[in-house]
Ligand binder design. Structure first.
Ligand code: FAD
Ligand code: S2G
Ligand code: ZN
Length: 473
C-alpha cells in the first residue's frame, strides 16, 4: 500500500471516514474565490477538535505529506487551496466553529478558528458588545483565516487589523503539538510574543485552532454618510476634517472611484447609488458615538458643513436609519463582486502614506494608460488607513483571461515600481499566498528575508505547512 493510502486510512480511523473527503466535487475547497487556480487535493479533511487537528498534522508529518489550512476560502492570493499535484491535504476548520467563552468583565471572547466572522459579530452584538472586524467576505470568512491573513477591512482606521484585535491563540504546530496561548491578558512580557509569529503567517507556520479576541462596548449609535467629492485630494482633505471633527468616533472611511461605482450600477442595477456618475469619487464614512444618535448627527452636520465650505465635499447624504446605512455600505461592499462579474481582473492591494496617495494615483493612472491602451482602472478601498484596491480591468470587449495571462506581470511591474517609489507596501491586507510568491525578493531587504526564512526553517523544518506560500523555499 503506498504512503498516501496508508495516510488516508489513518485519517479515516482518526477523525471518521465521513470527514475525509476524496471523492465527488471538491471545487469549493480546491478552487480559490477569484477562480484563478483549481488545485487537486489528496483529501479534504474536516477535524472537529484541536486534538483531531493535532492527529491530522502528526499523521501528515509521519507520511511526509504537506497541509493547506483552510477557513472560508475567500482569500485573494491563492493561499488556501491545494496545488495541482494531488498530494496535499486541505485541512478545513469548518467544523470547529463554536464560541468557547465570552468574558464580559475582561472584554474578551474566545472562539474556534472556524467560527465565521459574521456569526462572531452577531454573537457579540447580542451580548451588547462590538467585535470591530468587518470585511465584505464576513459571511464566509473565518477567524482563523482572518488571523492567517491578518485581515484589515473597513474599520481598521479606528480598531486596527485583526492582529491588534487578538490577545491569544491556540495553535497546532507543524509537529502536531498544541501551543495553548489563549491567555486573554493585555500584558504579558514573558519571552517572545509567539502569537504575532502566527498572525499573518498564512498557514505556513502552524494551524490556528482558537483565538481570544478583544471586545468593545457597543456604541450608542453608528451613523453613516455618503459624500460626493471632486478628487482624491478632496477625499484626503475630507479624511483630515473627519479626524478633526469625529476623532475616535471615525470608524470607517472608504473611497470609491466613479468607474468602480459604475460597475456596481451595471451589475446590480437594483442598487441606488447616490451621486452616480456625478463626481470623480465618493466616500462612505461612519461615525460611532457613545453619547447619543443626536450627538452623532450633530457632529456629522458640523463636519459636512465645514467640508462643503472647504469645497472638498460637493454633496452628501446621512443615513436616517440602519436600513439606509446598510444600503450605503452594501454599495461599497459590492464593488469586488461587481468586479468579479465584469471578469477576471488584476488586483493591487497596496498601502501608501495617505498624503501621497493622490500623486501616486495620478502618476500611475497616466503610466498604465500610456502602456496599456483601453485598460479600465477600478480604484477604491480603505483610504482611512492608506490601503487602496488599485485594480485593473481588461479593456472593454477584450479577452479578460488573455489579458490577465499576457499582461498581469507587466501591469504589476508598473504599479509595484510606483509603490516602491512611494515607499508603500505591495500587500496591505491580503497577504502573499502563491499569487505574489517571489515578489518579496524585490520588496524586502535580504536581512528581512533571511530572518523570515530562519523562522520558517526553525518552526516548520519539514515544510509541512502550506509550502509554496509566502516564501519560496
Ligand atoms: P482562507 O481563504 O481559507 O485562508 C486564507 C489564508 O489563511 C490561507 O493562507 C490559509 O492557509 C490561512 N488559514 C486559514 N485558516 C487558518 C488557520 N485556522 N490557521 C492558520 N492559517 C489559516 N481581506 C481583507 O483583509 N480586507 C478586506 O476588506 C477584504 N475584503 C474581501 C471582500 C471579498 C468579497 C472577498 C471575497 C475577500 C475579501 N478579503 C478581504 C479577503 C479574505 O476575505 C480575507 O483574507 C480573509 O481573512 C480570509 O479568511 P478565510 O477564512 O476565507 O481564509
Ligand atoms: C475589499 C476585496 C478585494 C478586491 O473589498 O476591501 O479587500 O480588491 C477588498 O476586490
Ligand atoms: Zn480590502
Amino acid at each position: 500500500m503506498n504512503k498516501y493510502n496508508a495516510l488516508l486510512n489513518t485519517l479515516r480511523e482518526g477523525i471518521g471516514a465521513s470527514h475525509v473527503l476524496t471523492e465527488g466535487n471538491l471545487s469549493a475547497y480546491e478552487q480559490d474565490w477569484r477562480k484563478r487556480e483549481h488545485g487537486k487535493a489528496l483529501a479534504v479533511v474536516r477535524p472537529a477538535s484541536t486534538a483531531e487537528v493535532a492527529l491530522v498534522v502528526k499523521a501528515c508529518v509521519a507520511a511526509g505529506v504537506s497541509i493547506v489550512p483552510q477557513g472560508g476560502n475567500t482569500g485573494m492570493v491563492v493561499g488556501s487551496t491545494p496545488d495541482a499535484s494531488g498530494t496535499q491535504v486541505v485541512l478545513s476548520l469548518q467544523r470547529m466553529n463554536q464560541v468557547r467563552k465570552l468574558d464580559a468583565a475582561n472584554l474578551t471572547i474566545t472562539v474556534d478558528a472556524g467560527c465565521v466572522l459574521q456569526n462572531l459579530q452577531e454573537t457579540c452584538e447580542q451580548a451588547g458588545f462590538l467585535f470591530p472586524l468587518s470585511l465584505a467576505s464576513e459571511g464566509s470568512c473565518t477567524i482563523g483565516g482572518n488571523l492567517g491573513t491578518n485581515a484589515g477591512g473597513t474599520q481598521v482606521v479606528r480598531y486596527g487589523n485583526t492582529r491588534e484585535l487578538c490577545l491569544g491563540l491556540e495553535v497546532v504546530t507543524a509537529q502536531g503539538e498544541v501551543w495553548e496561548g489563549l491567555t486573554g491578558l493585555r500584558k504579558d512580557n514573558t519571552g517572545y510574543d509567539l502569537r504575532h509569529l502566527f498572525i499573518g503567517s498564512e498557514g505556513t507556520l502552524g494551524v490556528i485552532t482558537a483565538a481570544t479576541m478583544r471586545l468593545y462596548p457597543l456604541p450608542a449609535s453608528q451613523l453613516t454618510a455618503f459624500a460626493a467629492v471632486p478628487s482624491l485630494e478632496a477625499a484626503v482633505q475630507l479624511l483630515g476634517l473627519a479626524h478633526k471633527y469625529l476623532s475616535a468616533g471615525l470608524t470607517g472611511f472608504e473611497v470609491m472611484g466613479q468607474f468602480a461605482l459604475s460597475l456596481v450600477t451595471k451589475h446590480f442595477p437594483q442598487m441606488r447609488v447616490p451621486f452616480a456618475g456625478e463626481a470623480a469619487y465618493c466616500v462612505v464614512l461612519e461615525n460611532s458615538d457613545h453619547e447619543s444618535e443626536d450627538h452623532a448627527r450633530a457632529q456629522f452636520e458640523r463636519l459636512l458643513e465645514a467640508a462643503m465650505a472647504d469645497g472638498c465635499v460637493l454633496d452628501a447624504v446621512v443615513a436616517e436609519n440602519l436600513a439606509q446605512a446598510r444600503a450605503l455600505w452594501h454599495i461599497r461592499e459590492s464593488i469586488p463582486l461587481a468586479q468579479a462579474q465584469e471578469g477576471l481582473n488584476i488586483k493591487h492591494d497596496i498601502s501608501i502614506a495617505v498624503s501621497r496617495i493622490p500623486d501616486f494615483v495620478r502618476e500611475t493612472d497616466a503610466a498604465l494608460g500610456a502602456a496599456f491602451a483601453g485598460v479600465r482602472l477600478v480604484n477604491y478601498g480603505h483610504l482611512g488607513d492608506g490601503n487602496l484596491h488599485y485594480n485593473v480591468q481588461a479593456p472593454v470587449d477584450s479577452d479578460a483571461e488573455a489579458f490577465l495571462k499576457n499582461q498581469e506581470k507587466h501591469v504589476n511591474a508598473v504599479v509595484y515600481a510606483a509603490v516602491q517609489r512611494y515607499g508603500g507596501s505591495i500587500s496591505a491586507e491580503h497577504g502573499i499566498g502563491s499569487l505574489k510568491l517571489g515578489k518579496l525578493e524585490q520588496h524586502k531587504s535580504p536581512v528581512a528575508l533571511q530572518l523570515m526564512r530562519s523562522i520558517k526553517t526553525a518552526i516548520d523544518p519539514q515544510n509541512t505547512m502550506n509550502p509554496g506560500r509566502v516564501l519560496r523555499r
